[in-house]
Design a protein around this ligand. Structure first.
Ligand code: PEP
Ligand code: MN
Length: 361
């Protein structure tokens, strides 16, 4: 079911933001010099929106939890001297008032705050009657409902310039990424609320510099609206998130390397060729559905047989063998291991459901 929000175009005082919207700046504002130097260099590369964390939600207690209020006048300088828009994170009502008083142009709600509906509601209440764009990062857990809930709370408080920031999801087992992108979640958000701009935060997804381009390009190819990229005049010396921040020059290189493709197909020849391909894909997808139907019919038969012979549904060694052989086959067929594991887990789960039904009949 679609989610209905009353949204206005994402713009500043009547100036629309062109896609891709690029926000850049340090993870944290550290000193006035660091803020001004970073902002100046970023601005020279044509970036309009400056991000900097003033209050930092550190997962573990840390000696550095942001400079606090004292950094707000620095952002004001960025705005006044460089003509940039400024953005910072707020986590409570006091942050909201201080940020608004300092003339911050965009506020964002961080991943740890989005996870707390009480905090989001308080922030929404504090924003009543204020015309400020608000961006909401995904909650740390892969919970789309919680993310949508935050937009609903803000929208009910009258905030209509909303955007989502996709920053990936926490995971216990460390993988390639600091936060798992789980693209299917922002994609589903886009399906449910097509007018809500989605901005990807490759910095917090990757946790390191080398993967930033790949994630940024992918976000563009999913037709997401923009990117928020941590950028620092001296990244290695950053007081937080040093490994993932770019120099302004490298940010510029990344932006110029991005290939922007269009989601709208204007040309009829292209459209009809695409349709041919899609038709072929549909045929295969229908075949997959038929195969699933037959596959589950056999699952029910085996369920009946297990029932008659008093055998459990789950046979761990059999399941282990399936996963192992499928991973081998996948490699030969050029299919991703993670994909195949997901598919076979889902098939196995569905098969267990069919067998359970038979057992209980
Ligand atoms: C940040 O953007 O600096 C930040 C703290 O991000 P997140 O809320 O995504 O962890
Ligand atoms: Mn950070």
């Amino acid at each position: 079911m679609k989610v209905s929000l009353k949204l206005d175009k994402f713009e500043f005082k009547g100036v629309p933001v062109e896609r891709p919207l690029i926000m850049a700046g340090p993870c944290s504002a550290e000193t006035e010099e660091q803020v001004m130097e970073t902002a100046r260099e970023i601005k020279n590369h044509g970036v309009q929106i400056f991000r900097a964390g003033i209050w930092k939600p550190r997962t573990r207690p840390s000696p550095f939890e942001g400079v606090g209020k004292e950094g707000l006048p620095w952002l004001k300088r960025v705005k006044e001297e460089l003509g940039m828009y400024t953005a910072t994170e707020v986590a409570n009502v006091k942050h909201v008032y201080d940020a608004l008083k300092a003339g911050i142009d965009i506020i964002w709600i961080g991943a740890r705050t989005t996870a707390n509906p009480f905090a989001v509601q308080e922030i929404a209440d504090a924003l009543k009657g204020v015309d400020v764009p608000v961006m909401v990062k995904n909650p740390v857990s892969p919970d789309l409902e919680l993310w949508i809930g935050a937009f609903e709370r803000l929208n009910s408080a009258g905030i209509t310039k909303l955007a989502a920031i996709h920053r990936g999801f926490s995971q216990y087992n460390k993988t390639l990424y600091r936060n798992n992108p789980q693209w299917e979640i922002p994609i589903e958000l886009k399906r449910l609320i097509p007018d809500l701009p989605i901005i990807t935060d490759p910095s917090h997804i990757c946790g390191s510099r080398d993967l930033l381009y790949e994630i940024s390009q992918k976000a563009m190819d999913l037709d997401f609206y923009g990117l928020i990229i941590e950028t620092h005049c001296n990244p290695d010396k950053a007081w937080s998130d040093a490994q993932q921040q770019l120099t302004p020059d490298n940010l510029n290189k990344l932006i110029h390397k991005l290939v922007l493709r269009s989601a709208a197909v204007q040309n009829n020849t292209i459209l009809s060729t695409l349709e041919e391909y899609r038709h072929e894909i549909d045929k295969y997808d229908d075949k997959i559905m038929d195969i699933f139907e037959h596959r589950m019919a056999i699952s029910r038969k085996i369920g009946e047989y297990k029932k008659k012979n008093n055998i459990t549904i789950l046979q761990t060694s059999r399941w282990d063998e399936i996963i192992r052989t499928k991973i081998e086959q996948a490699a030969k067929k050029g299919l991703g291991e993670e994909f195949i594991i997901k598919i076979f887990r889902a098939i196995h789960e569905e098969s267990i459901n069919h067998q359970t039904k038979v057992m209980n009949e």
